[in-house]
Each structure stands twice: as structure tokens, then as C-alpha cells.
Design a protein around this ligand. Structure first.
Ligand SMILES: CC(=O)SCCNC(=O)CCNC(=O)[C@H](O)C(C)(C)COP(=O)(O)OP(=O)(O)OC[C@H]1O[C@@H](n2cnc3c(N)ncnc32)[C@H](O)[C@@H]1OP(=O)(O)O
Ligand SMILES: N[C@@H](CCO)C(=O)O
Length: 305
């Protein structure tokens, strides 16, 4: 939330110089407040787990948030109980006449397929096109980010020689104070779990987007368009303490080539309990997005979007 201070307090200049968000009295008096409308396009096979993880982070805010859930009409999820989808989810057709302050497009375990081979690719393209006129800011996660960068900007994904798997240190790579990372430490940690990557050199060819943060080990982390209406995040800040363990144990049980997740278990020993070093980053990332990129920028009257 912004700090509301008298119009001519000396601290105003100092805080504005640090890019701390200050709201003048006269704007505060005229600011209308209403609940935020967020759409969650859940492409994960673990839909209930993912909903819970994302709602936990969206709930860490004084803002009221109304969430609608959608899944794909052109691909029927096999791992989520039908009753759950019927009770809590809609498809795009049911929501496409509405407008939203924010949308989240999740990851999906389809990154090793060409985009066009994914069963719901055409539907996802329609949703991403619609998001440009019906959503103020869209937050894309992992494969959702790769899909968005490819659809909107033609940026390709590339196979990695081995899975990017573990908790990696990151740094912002823009000079100015970036609102998405406000309050984060100079080095912050994020889980990654993917077989593909997007590359700096491909992104730098597209003037409409810029890289906001990266990791020396895990590569590009955060990309955004110039207005912050599209955010693309390659990691999984929302993951629970034991999500990487579940993925690791699953792959070991199936005899797949998998290494112990980096920086996760004490002494890299899978018998020990992982130590969470990414939770505070996750909470700040989502509350910063909700506050600075959604709440402060979206029109009060969404029909004017
Ligand atoms: C890069 C990222 O975004 S990472 C995010 C993805 N992370 C995860 O999915 C982690 C959790 N997932 C898992 O552990 C596993 O996928 C499991 C255990 C849930 C299921 O694994 P399996 O039984 O081996 O695979 P299964 O054949 O059921 O397909 C898994 C998922 O792949 C996706 N999928 C597979 N083929 C297709 C396809 N042709 N088109 C679209 N989606 C597909 C679906 O999401 C499917 O799950 P769903 O039907 O419930 O939506
Ligand atoms: N995080 C995913 C990667 C596959 O897209 C998994 O381990 O299942």
C-alpha cells in the first residue's frame, strides 16, 4: 500500500528518490477502492495444490481479491477430479465477456513439446489475445511465461542439457528501483523446475520487453513489457516446502535421470528436511504485483479498460 503523507513533507522527496510509493493527500482523498478481480487460468495437473499455493500468496494483502478459476475446454484434465472442476471452475467462454484487473497463467508440464503440439494451444492463444484488451496485468508462470513470450513476442524456448532443478540465487538487473522486487534482498532465492529455458539474447532482440531479474545459474528470471501489463516469471516462487521433494521422489521412483535439487536439502541429503529460503520472496513478489502493477494502475471502472 502507498504511504499517504502531507503534500509538502520533506520525506516525500527522499522517498520518491528511492522510488518508495508515496501518495499525496489530495490523490488519496479522491482514490476509489473496490475489490480486485483476478482470473486464474490453471494449467497445472496438480490444480488443487496450485490453487492453494497461489491463493495463499494473493491472500497476503490488505486488498480484497475476488478470484475466478478457469481450465481448458479443449483439453480435459486427467489428474483433477471432475467434481472439483464442475464445482469451482469455468471455461473461457463463461468469462470472456468480463474484464479483470489481473490474470495468472500457471506453468504446465508440457514444456518439452513444441507449443503448437499442446492440445489446448489454440485456446490458450485466444485467451492470451483476449488478455490484451480484457485484463490490466497478466502474470505468467514458468511454461505459462514461455508460452506468453512466444505468443506475444515470438521468443523461443530452448531445451536444457539437464533439468534446472533446485533453489537458485537471483539478482535484479535493472538499474532503477523495480517495484516488482521492492523489499527483496539484493540476492533472493527462487525454486526452478524445468527442462527448457528462454535466453537473454532472444529477449534482447525484442524492444517491447526487458529483463528485470536473472540468476547466474538459472538464467533469465523475470521479464516484463514496458508498462508492466505483462509479467513473465520463469521460476516457481509459489512452490510449497516439499514440492521439489515430491517431484524428485517421483522421478527417482520412475528411474528418470534426475539430480538432487540444488541448494534444497541440508548437505544435499534427500533424507533430511528441506529448508525454505524462498517464502518471503514469494510473498513480496505477489503482493508487489497486486499492489503496484494491478491495484494502483487498473481503472476503477473496469469497463474503461
Ligand atoms: C515448466 C513448468 O511450467 S513446471 C510446471 C509443471 N509442473 C508439474 O506439473 C509438476 C507436477 N506434475 C506431476 O508431478 C506430474 O505431471 C503428475 C504426477 C501430476 C502426472 O504425471 P504423469 O502421469 O506422468 O503424466 P500425465 O500423462 O498424467 O500428464 C501430465 C500432465 O501433462 C499435461 N499434458 C500431457 N499431455 C498433454 C497434451 N498433449 N496437451 C496438453 N497437456 C498435456 C497435462 O497437464 C497432464 O495432466 P492433466 O491431464 O491432469 O492436466
Ligand atoms: N516441474 C515439472 C517440470 C516438467 O515440466 C515437473 O517436475 O514435473
Amino acid at each position: 500500500m502507498p504511504i499517504k503523507i502531507p503534500n509538502n513533507l520533506p520525506a516525500t522527496n527522499i522517498l520518491e528518490g528511492e522510488n518508495i510509493f508515496v501518495m499525496y493527500e489530495n490523490r488519496a482523498y479522491s482514490q476509489d477502492i473496490r475489490p480486485l478481480k483476478i482470473l486464474l487460468l490453471n494449467l497445472m495437473p496438480t490444480k488443487i495444490t496450485t490453487e492453494t499455493q497461489l491463493l495463499r500468496l494473493l491472500g497476503n494483502s490488505p486488498l480484497q481479491v475476488d478470484v475466478d478459476f478457469i481450465y481448458t475446454a479443449t483439453y480435459s484434465p486427467t489428474n483433477t477430479p471432475q467434481e472439483h472442476l464442475i464445482k469451482f471452475y469455468e471455461t473461457f467462454d463463461a468469462v470472456k465477456s468480463k474484464k479483470y484487473d489481473g490474470m495468472i497463467i500457471t506453468g504446465a508440464p508440457v514444456e518439452q513439446m513444441p507449443f503448437e503440439k499442446v492440445a489446448y494451444w489454440d485456446e490458450l492463444c485466444k485467451i492470451m489475445e483476449w488478455s490484451k484488451t480484457h485484463v490490466y496485468s497478466t502474470f505468467h508462470i514458468c511454461w505459462g511465461a514461455q508460452a506468453g513470450l512466444y505468443y506475444h513476442y515470438g521468443i523461443p524456448k530452448h531445451d536444457l542439457p539437464q533439468k534446472m532443478f533446485g533453489i537458485f540465487p537471483h539478482q535484479k538487473c535493472v538499474i532503477e528501483e523495480e517495484k516488482l522486487f521492492r523489499g527483496l534482498d539484493d540476492i533472493f532465492y527462487v525454486p526452478h523446475s524445468r527442462h527448457t529455458e528462454i535466453r537473454r539474447e532472444d529477449i534482447e532482440k525484442v524492444p517491447a520487453v526487458r529483463i528485470l531479474a536473472q540468476s547466474a545459474m538459472a538464467g533469465v528470471y523475470a521479464v516484463a513489457d514496458r508498462k508492466g501489463r505483462q509479467i513473465f516469471i520463469t521460476g516457481h516462487s509459489e512452490y510449497d516446502p516439499l514440492t521439489l521433494k515430491a517431484e524428485y521422489d517421483r522421478d527417482v521412483a520412475q528411474g528418470l535421470p534426475i539430480h538432487v535439487p540444488c541448494n534444497y536439502y541440508p548437505n544435499d541429503d534427500p533424507a533430511q528436511t528441506p529448508v525454505v529460503i524462498w517464502r518471503s520472496t514469494a510473498n513480496l513478489l505477489f503482493s508487489n504485483w497486486l499492489n503496484y502493477y494491478v491495484y494502483q494502475e487498473t481503472p476503477f471502472d473496469l469497463s474503461r479498460l
